[in-house]
Ligand binder design. Structure first.
Ligand code: FES
Length: 370
């Protein structure tokens, strides 16, 4: 293209008519080219929200739906859907010459984004003065109308009570009480489609995973997560919760934004049968990857073993075994003490490559640039 020329050739008109929507890049400019009911439309291929590739989305009537979080823009004018017209992506003029479709690189309209109030979770993370704050998260599932005795939750209660007796503030979240959506795999579309806060939290005001994010990121100094063992793994609610925490880890990967600093994580694991070490290993690795530190001996556990199916005796044992209760208290004490130490110490400003996936070293990048 000559200097000053703004019209560029996008391709053969008949070929471009074959697809209702496509993303076309010309240099650094990205277009969402649509063809429907005999007319083309060309708007920016960059979504106002998180820069999703609009041309890779789909058409709903006259609107392009972004493939990442489903914002909608008129395929010809670039305006947002009715009620959100001022949320607009640039529109481009085009013409047909000799069977070719040409686009003018100079946009006809500008990009406009109405002021958007930042989500409260995005506020700076500043530890409020005060005693150590210990969060308990119980991940056992049960019928809320007919609650039963949960061994993992009972030991967590004992741990929290002990922390309170040491002067810590405590808070208990029962994941079973929260209504929240499963992770819907925004990361699987693109790492950048997985946002902080979670895309679901941003879009769905009723989603109660916000309670966990708020307590974990902004409130607590230490967390103890309790889980029963179900078929050799942590509970389904535990996995439902941590899948929604992928956005915390992904901030490290895509932005080097470490949301967890100088915080402690510990675990309580109980089960009728075994696999405790594998369950603990998964939990430890996940919370370490978020940035949590651990006290010495970061979990306590209890199981009846492979040969036992007498769960009523298991309940009796957890209710009456003072060693187990002492174990829960000492786990809380180690967590609180570790948190006290960390509060006094400065968090490292930068953690080179810590927690960062998908980042090549300079040498590797030179060898095989992406
Ligand atoms: S809706 Fe387009 S990037 Fe989020």
């Amino acid at each position: 293209m000559d200097a000053g020329q703004t019209w560029v050739d996008l391709g053969d008109v008949e070929t471009l008519k074959q697809s209702p929507l496509r993303q076309i890049n010309v240099g650094r400019t990205r277009f969402a080219l649509s063809y429907q009911d005999g007319t083309f439309g060309i708007v920016s291929g960059v979504c106002n929200h998180m820069a999703g590739p609009l041309g890779d989305g789909h058409l709903e009537g006259e609107y392009i739906t972004c493939p990442w979080h489903h914002y909608k823009y008129h395929r010809v004018t670039g305006e947002g859907e009715p009620g959100y017209e001022s949320d607009r992506v640039p529109r481009y003029e085009f013409k047909q010459e000799g069977g070719r479709l040409l686009v003018n690189l100079q946009a006809v309209t500008t990009r406009t984004k109405p002021p958007h109030e930042a989500h409260p979770l995005t506020r700076p993370i500043v530890r409020a003065q005060g005693p150590v704050r210990l969060l308990g998260i119980s991940t056992t599932a049960m019928d809320v109308n007919y609650p039963r005795y949960s061994t993992s939750e009972a030991l967590l209660d004992i741990a929290l009570q002990h922390a309170a007796s040491m002067g810590a503030e405590t808070r208990l979240i029962k994941i079973n009480d929260l209504k929240f959506r499963n992770c819907e795999g925004y990361y699987s579309k693109s790492a950048h489609a997985c946002t902080w806060p979670c895309s679901i939290t941003e879009m769905d005001k009723k989603d109660e995973m916000q309670v966990v994010y708020e307590a974990l990121i902004h409130w607590c100094d230490a967390v103890i997560v309790s889980t029963p063992i179900r078929w050799g793994s942590a509970s389904s609610l535990y996995f439902k919760m941590i899948e929604r925490m992928n956005c915390i880890q992904n901030q490290i990967t895509i932005r080097n934004n470490v949301l967890i600093r100088n915080k402690v994580a510990a675990f309580i694991i109980t089960g009728g049968q075994d696999n405790i070490q594998a369950v603990a290993g998964q939990m430890l690795m996940f919370f370490n990857e978020l940035g949590f530190e651990t006290p010495q001996f970061p979990f306590i556990a209890h199981s009846r073993g492979w040969d036992a199916e007498d769960m009523e005796n298991n309940i009796k044992m957890v209710q009456t075994d003072n060693d187990l209760h002492d174990g829960a208290r000492e786990l809380a004490a180690r967590s609180v003490e570790k948190a006290r130490t960390l509060i006094q110490s400065a968090a490292p400003a930068k953690i080179e490559r810590g927690g960062r996936k998908a980042h090549k070293s300079a040498a590797a990048a030179e060898e095989s640039p992406r």
